[in-house]
Each structure stands twice: as structure tokens, then as C-alpha cells.
Design a protein around this ligand. Structure first.
Ligand code: UDP
Length: 327
């Protein structure tokens, strides 16, 4: 189809990226998925690889990439996002955001494409305000274990802003708050996936600290809708715009909900809280409501049901033996 638009999704084999690929294909785009497979997985895009309108390229965006042909939209999601993964090689994590971000900005310039940066609530660090709006400038440690991710994402926001100022590129920034749903990795240490997998296996539920720290959990479908709407906004809208679900829960409450829903008899165990682990995180989504007409539709109860069903299938399916043995 000559008029078919092409969208690139970096990090397209990851949890969020693969859902975004699904959505863009549904919306009629030809999709090029770029992923290093460092934390992404081919399992997440296995259902797409035979489609003629889908192309997968294994590539680390830290290295420049030259693609032939038309590109209309670039969604830059590539970066390990779980603390357990992004702290493994902090230099690489930082460079993925900064050098990788710059490579994709250069591609956008070259192709005349608009480009969206998947930024993060981590730019607020360990916030000193209970609810974070976009004008809150954050409380980030530059030299802690999380800094590679937080500061890399902050620097990437600056680069996106500066490419817009300097070259007139159409850039968009969204700040993604904790998101969960099917295709989360079973072993990347996020709280929702950890607790569900532990509950389903009858293992102890690992609570870090006293469990009274809070997070606000957004179901993946709601998040993806927000990202697509942000990309569709008029050229002059750059963001950053918070995307997430403002319903806030303590980690203890989350554990109880998951125990109830899975019917598990797992016990709670308390471990040390990680350094610089934010105590409160909750998005102010006024801007997303106003600019994108976007509000979450899936509440935590429904979202957890869908996510638990996914992990039940995963753990009882053919991959299960391997997962259990590794666990
Ligand atoms: N957490 C926990 N047990 C786990 C994994 C995480 O208590 O097995 C806590 C973690 O310390 C943090 C919250 O849950 O306070 C969310 O952690 P996650 O890694 O999912 O996301 P992030 O810290 O990036 O918000």
C-alpha cells in the first residue's frame, strides 16, 4: 500500500513495546520493531513475525542505524526499565537513553518523522511531593544505583527538547508511571510480576522495606492508548505529559490483593528496602486528560485478573518447567 504510514518502535520486543506494535498494526501502520533483545523477548512478538506489514530488526540503538525507505513515526522505548535489569550495566543503560536517543533523533531528522520519547516517572526521583505533576522538577540522586536510568532519561528529555528548538523536529515526551499487564517478564523483578509469580508458585512474597511505600499502577492498554494519542497531538504540543493511573496503593495492599485473587497461601517476608527506592509515586494526570482526552479505563481489580490469567498460562504452559527450574 503506497500510502501506508511506517512507524518504528524501538524496544518493540519488550513488554510495552510489543503492545504498542500490536496497536499500531491494528491502526493500519506498517511497523518496524527494533530491539537488542537484551531485555526484550521474541516471545512477545512471535504472533507478529509472519505479517507482511511487520518487520523485526535486532539492533542496539547505541549503534547508529540507517534504514531505507519511508518512516513517519518513531516511538523510542528502548531501554531496560526494571531496576533489577538497568542496574546490571549502568553505563550501557545511561548510553541507551542518551546516545541511543540521539541516534533515533537523527533518524527522525533524516526521515522527516515525528518522534516520541518514552520517558519515565523516575525523572522525579524520590519525590518530595505526594502527587507529581509535570512541573515538579524532581529529587534525583546523581550518583546512586538508580541514577543511570533516572539521569539517562532526564538527559534524553533535554535532547528531545533541544532537537525541537534547534532543528524544528516534532518531538513528544511522555512520562510513564508504573505499568503492568500481560507480557511483563516473569523474572525482571517488578513488584506486580514478582508477587503474582511468587503467589502462583506458593513461594514467599518478598516485600522490600515495610511495604508502606506506594505506587500507582496503570494497565498496559490504558498506557498504550495515551502514547498513541500523544503522538497524534498537533505539532506544537511537545510535553512532557504524565501517563499513568492515579489510583495509589501501598505495596502491602498490592500483596494482599494478589494473594486474595490467586487464592495463594504464600507468606509475606520483609527484606531491606533498596537504596533510593521512591517512597511515593502517583501521577497527576490533569494534562493527559486535557490534552489527550485520556483517562484510565481498567481498574486494578480487572487489570490484576487479566495479568494473573496471563502468568497462570505462562507458568502452566510448555515454558513452565524452564521457568520453575530457573526460579
Ligand atoms: N518491591 C517489593 N518487592 C518486590 C519487588 C518490588 O516490595 O519483589 C517494591 C519496590 O521496592 C518498590 C515497589 O515495590 O518500592 C515497586 O517496585 P518496581 O521495581 O516494580 O518499580 P519501581 O521501583 O521502578 O517503581
Amino acid at each position: 500500500m503506497e500510502n501506508q504510514q511506517t512507524a518504528i518502535v524501538t524496544g518493540g520486543a519488550g513488554f510495552l513495546g510489543s503492545h504498542l506494535c500490536d496497536r499500531l498494526l491494528e491502526d493500519g501502520f506498517r511497523v518496524i520493531c527494533i530491539d537488542s533483545l537484551l531485555t526484550g523477548s521474541l516471545d512477545n512478538i512471535a504472533h507478529l513475525v509472519d505479517r507482511p506489514d511487520f518487520q523485526f530488526i535486532q539492533h542496539d540503538i547505541i549503534q547508529p542505524l540507517h534504514l531505507p525507505g519511508r518512516v513517519d513515526r518513531i516511538y523510542n522505548l528502548a531501554c531496560p526499565a526494571s531496576p533489577a535489569k538497568y542496574t546490571l550495566d549502568p553505563v550501557h543503560t545511561f548510553n541507551t537513553s542518551v546516545i541511543g536517543g540521539q541516534n533515533m533523533l537523527n533518524m527522525a531528522l533524516d526521515k522527516g518523522a515525528r518522534i516520541l520519547q518514552a520517558s519515565t516517572s523516575e525523572v522525579y526521583g524520590d519525590p518530595s511531593v505526594r502527587t507529581q505533576s509535570e512541573d515538579y522538577r524532581g529529587n534525583v540522586n546523581t550518583v546512586g544505583p538508580r541514577s543511570c536510568y533516572d539521569e539517562g532519561k532526564r538527559a534524553a528529555e533535554t535532547l528531545f527538547h533541544d532537537f525541537r528548538q534547534r532543528y524544528g523536529l516534532i518531538t513528544k515526551i511522555v512520562r510513564i508511571f508504573n505499568t503492568y499487564g500481560p507480557r511483563m517478564s516473569a523474572d525482571d523483578g517488578r513488584v506486580v510480576s514478582n508477587f503474582i509469580v511468587q503467589a502462583l508458585r506458593g513461594e514467599d512474597i518478598t516485600i522490600y522495606g515495610d511495604g508502606e511505600q506506594t505506587r500507582s499502577f496503570c494497565y498496559v492498554e490504558d498506557l498504550i492508548r495515551g502514547m498513541c494519542r500523544m503522538m497524534d497531538t498537533p505539532d506544537e504540543i511537545a510535553g512532557p505529559v504524565n501517563l499513568g493511573n492515579p489510583e495509589e496503593y501501598t505495596v502491602n495492599e498490592l500483596a494482599q490483593m494478589i494473594l486474595r485473587k490467586t487464592g495463594s497461601s504464600s507468606k509475606l517476608t520483609y527484606r531491606d528496602r533498596p537504596i533510593d527506592d521512591p517512597y511515593h509515586r502517583r501521577p497527576d494526570i490533569t494534562l493527559a486528560r486535557e490534552l489527550l482526552n485520556c483517562r484510565p479505563r481498567v481498574d486494578i481489580s480487572e487489570g490484576l485478573d487479566l495479568t494473573i490469567a496471563y502468568f497462570r498460562d505462562l507458568l502452566l504452559g510448555p515454558g513452565q518447567l524452564r521457568v520453575v527450574a530457573g526460579g
